[in-house]
Design a protein around this ligand. Structure first.
Ligand code: SF4
Length: 266
């Protein structure tokens, strides 16, 4: 088995992938197929050729854990800075594992998780939590803060639309909160997929049961279109969710759960 990690990008000085200044590692491979995914180049668990503006290239490259740690530690100086506020703002910068679904490669990443923890580097992961339980349990030992999506909370629609098993997700949410890990829950509010009354109520119930530090409501745009085209795929034309509907979603969360919520436009 190849012990190297498959990534598409290491993004430095990121301000939107967790507290402070972060270096974000985009891992390639994801079990889900969210129709609104903005990173289609990170879904297949192997390198993929593309053509962009007539220029060919490959999405994905293998990197050893040692080299990955060396790369992210180049930004170590920035990780020490803290926002000086409260809650999330009090946390330092660091490394964010993103994707795709980085936790699918958790066993290969363990050396890097461990090395960064030993070096005192704050680590976040952005995850769907549609991963085998043992991969989450491994990550829980090292990761400081989890950004977890709330997507479609109806089992049948979850299976047919996302290609994921809701029970696996819910079990992992239980495990994460039982371990007392810090978490932010993120809701991509997508017209026709996650914005129904029933899904909103189910999201509110989940947040009430597992109160996170904060909820972020993500207003998706038609991002990643050029990447879909470069892979020869047709991007989905998403229905725009109105600002009023986002505000209603936010109010429902704050009023019913007491958890702070914010609308983020990406
Ligand atoms: S979980 Fe994330 S990376 Fe995977 S398909 Fe959905 S949006 Fe894309």
């Amino acid at each position: 088995m190849d012990e190297r990690i498959l990534i598409t990008n290491i993004q430095r000085f990121s301000l939107h992938d967790g507290p402070g200044i972060r270096t974000t590692v985009f891992c390639k491979g994801c079990a889900l197929r969210c129709p609104w995914c903005a990173n289609p180049e990170n879904l297949e668990p192997g390198p993929e050729d593309y053509v962009k503006d007539g220029v060919p290239g490959t999405y994905g490259r293998y990197i050893s854990c040692e080299e990955l740690v060396r790369e992210v530690m180049k930004d170590e100086l920035f990780y020490r800075q803290r926002g000086g506020g409260e809650g999330l703002d009090a946390l330092p910068g660091g490394v964010t594992w993103s994707g795709g679904e980085s936790l699918l490669q958790a066993d290969k990443l363990e050396l890097a998780f461990r090395a960064l923890k030993k070096a005192g580097v704050h680590q976040c992961v952005e995850t769907s939590l549609f991963v085998p339980a043992e991969k989450l349990e491994l990550a829980i030992k090292y990761i400081d803060l989890f950004y977890v999506d709330i997507k479609i909370l109806d089992g049948e629609r979850c299976r047919t639309v996302l290609h994921g098993e809701l029970e696996q997700y819910l079990e992992n949410v239980r495990t994460l909160f039982a371990a007392g890990k810090l978490a932010v829950l993120r809701v991509p509010v997508i017209g026709g997929f996650t914005d129904s009354e029933a899904n909103r109520q189910a999201a509110v119930d989940l947040i009430k049961k597992y109160p996170p530090m904060k909820v972020e409501l993500i207003k998706e745009h038609n991002l990643g279109q050029s990447k879909y085209i470069s892979l020869g795929r047709t991007p989905l034309d998403l229905h725009t969710v109105t600002d009023e509907s986002l505000e209603r979603y936010k109010e429902a969360i704050v009023m019913n759960t007491g958890v702070p919520a914010e609308v983020c436009r990406i």
